[in-house]
Design a protein around this ligand. Structure first.
Ligand SMILES: Cc1cc2nc3c(=O)[nH]c(=O)nc-3n(C[C@H](O)[C@H](O)[C@H](O)COP(=O)(O)OP(=O)(O)OC[C@H]3O[C@@H](n4cnc5c(N)ncnc54)[C@H](O)[C@@H]3O)c2cc1C
Length: 337
């Protein structure tokens, strides 16, 4: 159901300890963009009282107001507590739309807010458009093979998560610091407790979570001992190691290290594909990769159609060279170039 134009578009400003999460500025920029579509105001909503430094960081992204949900000092609220507090404030303030970056936390909180408000949630949106007086979202479906336009039924507040690939921290200009509106919020009691948190080494990360991935293809089956060189390059790049199905079927990598349609789907910033032809099954798993680099002997290999940077060469020569370039610099006492 449509609602009159105007109103507020809220972006949830995710934080990590006292800092903004990397998606906060992107979510703010998206709220500004959608607010313009709806001829409304772009606002942010944050748990806790934002420090001046955070407000200044957000200033270029064009939020007019930030609703600061007051909370007692202590451990960060759980997704359940955030959902409860945000839903209560949204019910009171009635924004037109509440946007979340589709981070793991954003997705969970958005679902809880929508359920509490009994409003529609459209997830993984890649774009928004005016639909009469209302708003419709475009989302990618079927692993990116098709797109669908979805609109909210019923009155606002509407809830959406925005695909991380679609988010961009577009600056509006130098901008003024947003007005902060302190909101009382009931986070309720925590029903879960964070017991321990630790950093996972890139090589142990699930492939779908890794920012950088090195993928190895069939040629390694002829020289399995050289898998150690590939693993070392991955380690020096801070990358997770994966491979094509042929390599997994050949027993050189475990099944959870397979990249592709019947394996893991990457969301990495960088994927370095070595000796991988670029079959459609493999490429389905790398669709969301931001920068694809490839090493392949065959100039006509399909992988080069998608690669941003291609090296036509023998991976068994290129990777040792790369390993040497990445060697720790003893003089600097750190990692190399
Ligand atoms: C239902 C189904 C599901 C599938 N799911 C997946 C999946 O999830 N993931 C997946 O990967 N595959 C999957 N496959 C398999 C897929 O079709 C391909 O067979 C596979 O991706 C090919 O792997 P590859 O690129 O390592 O090998 P190849 O296609 O054989 O390519 C090897 C490449 O290495 C290059 N090369 C050779 N020697 C060197 C060298 N010394 N240096 C540099 N380059 C060299 C060659 O030029 C070639 O391009 C699936 C298949 C089916 C039927």
């Amino acid at each position: 159901m449509a609602a009159p134009t105007g109103g507020e578009v809220w972006s949830y400003l995710e934080t990590v300890e006292e800092d903004l999460h990397e998606t906060a500025a992107q979510a703010a920029a998206e709220a500004r963009r959608v607010a313009r579509l709806l001829e409304g105001r772009a606002c942010g909503v944050i748990a806790g009282t934002p420090q001046r430094r955070l407000l200044e960081d957000l200033a270029p992204f064009g939020l007019e107001r930030i609703f600061a949900l007051g909370r007692a000092p202590g451990p960060p609220p759980s997704v359940e507590q955030l959902g409860r507090a945000l839903a209560a404030v949204a019910a009171r303030r009635a924004p037109r739309l509440l946007l979340f970056a589709a981070t793991p936390l954003g997705c969970e909180v958005a679902a809880r807010v929508a359920a509490r408000l009994r409003r529609g949630l459209i997830s993984e949106c890649v774009d928004f458009a005016r639909d009469g007086d209302g708003l419709a979202a475009r989302r990618s479906v079927g692993g990116g093979r098709a797109h669908a336009t979805v609109a909210w039924c019923g009155a606002p507040p509407w809830v959406a998560t925005v695909s991380l690939d679609a988010l961009e921290a577009v600056r509006a200009g130098p901008g003024d610091v947003a007005e902060v509106v302190a909101e009382e919020a009931d986070f309720g009691a925590a029903r879960t407790e964070l017991v321990r948190r630790w950093r996972v080494e890139p090589r142990d990360l699930d492939l779908s979570e890794a920012r950088v991935v090195v993928g190895i293809g069939k040629p390694i089956l002829q020289r399995p001992a050289d898998l150690a060189i590939v693993a070392e390059v991955a380690e020096r790049l801070g990358a997770a190691l994966g491979g094509s199905r042929v390599v997994v079927d050949g027993g050189l990598l475990p099944r959870e290290r397979q990249v592709g349609a019947s394996g893991k789907w990457l969301a990495a910033d960088v994927y370095l594909a070595c000796g991988i032809s670029g079959s459609s099954y493999h490429m389905m798993g790398v669709k969301a990769v931001k920068h694809l680099l490839a090493v392949n002997l065959d100039r006509g290999a399909p992988i080069f159609q998608r690669a941003e940077l291609g090296v036509v060469g023998d991976l068994f020569e290129v990777l040792p060279e790369l390993r040497a370039l990445l060697a720790p610099d003893p003089a600097a006492g750190g990692s190399g170039r």
